[in-house]
Write a protein that binds this ligand. Structure first.
Ligand code: SF4
Length: 80
């Protein structure tokens, strides 16, 4: 599973941080940071989700009020 984090859209509500510890608060930026991610475009970050973290990643994606987090399965289909 792959996660895409649109940091430009993020408004720093930090619900995701409560759901998955890969998301961290960045108080200076007023946005979340996604650990071990790669910036594939300006402010668009991608990371592989470890199998044992898939539930947490899903909760994080569903908790985001501005849909800044998307999840894709191994076939590239969007899950959340
Ligand atoms: S829940 Fe969404 S808006 Fe809030 S910090 Fe996480 S990604 Fe940003």
């Amino acid at each position: 599973m792959k996660i895409e984090f649109d940091r430009d859209t993020c408004i720093g509500m930090f619900q995701c941080v409560e759901e998955w510890d890969a998301f961290e608060k960045n108080m200076d930026a007023g946005k979340a940071d996604l650990a071990d991610s790669e910036e594939i475009e300006a402010d668009l970050f991608v990371a592989e989700v470890p199998e044992d973290a898939e539930f947490d990643a899903e909760f994080a994606a569903r908790s985001c009020p501005v849909d800044a987090i998307e999840l894709y399965d191994d076939d590239g289909e969007q899950v959340v």
